[in-house]
Design a protein around this ligand. Sequence first.
Ligand SMILES: [Zn+2]
Ligand SMILES: [Zn+2]
Length: 259
Amino acid sequence: MIKGLRLLSTLLTPKVNSKERIQTALQGIRDLLPAGGGHCVACLAPDARYGLCNPCRQDLPVNRWHCRCCALPLAFAGNETLCGQCLQAPPPFSRVIAPWRYRFPVDGMIQRYKYNGQRAFARPLINDLADHLIATLDTTPELRPDLLLASPMHPARRRKRGFNQAADIAEQISKRSGIPWTTELVTRNRHTHPQRGLNREQRLANLRGIYDVTGTPPPRIAIVDDVVTTGATARSLAEVLLGAGATDVQIWALARTPG
Ligand SMILES: [Zn+2]
Ligand SMILES: [Zn+2]
């Protein structure tokens, strides 16, 4: 059972103590393993798949009931339902696939990955997302996109953070699914204020005109990101891609926030 996410970070923090250093090195090696094995990142149980044991995996908040277009979590059963926002203003993308809800412990796992570069926390989520996508494409091959596009990050923010988590996720989904990926097709032409803390209208205004398409998009694209929040980024990106000739844009992400 997941009680907290502190255990692994104590292993990952470099300490003068040599035992700690060895454990850190071992964890680094485990992170490089492509699949299976390793200890659970949440409870350190030895029998883990992609770094998460089964009991901890069962504690993850699955986004079971959701809007069939934007994957907004719904409080009631029915995945053929559209949320109020999608009914009122149909989004330019065709669907969002996001297997988890952005709440404990998925929120903490993604934050450690994104802001602290602790990839071990994202490994089970990314691989489980890949499993889910591969199973979905097996039953509905018409959903298969021609290209995965990592949600673009402004170069200044990328330098500050050290990596673009969306590119990292896209690369791993590409390896597992065989669908090519890129970061090149769309650029972010200016730095925006962080989206956190802004409401939906403010986010849309914040993003207006910030994306340039630099090539010819293939017909079918899946934009890959870590979290879909209000969907403002997804809407802006999908709009520019459709404007440049794409015919179908999906969003693939690890998690969806409740609103
Ligand atoms: Zn566990
Ligand atoms: Zn919706």
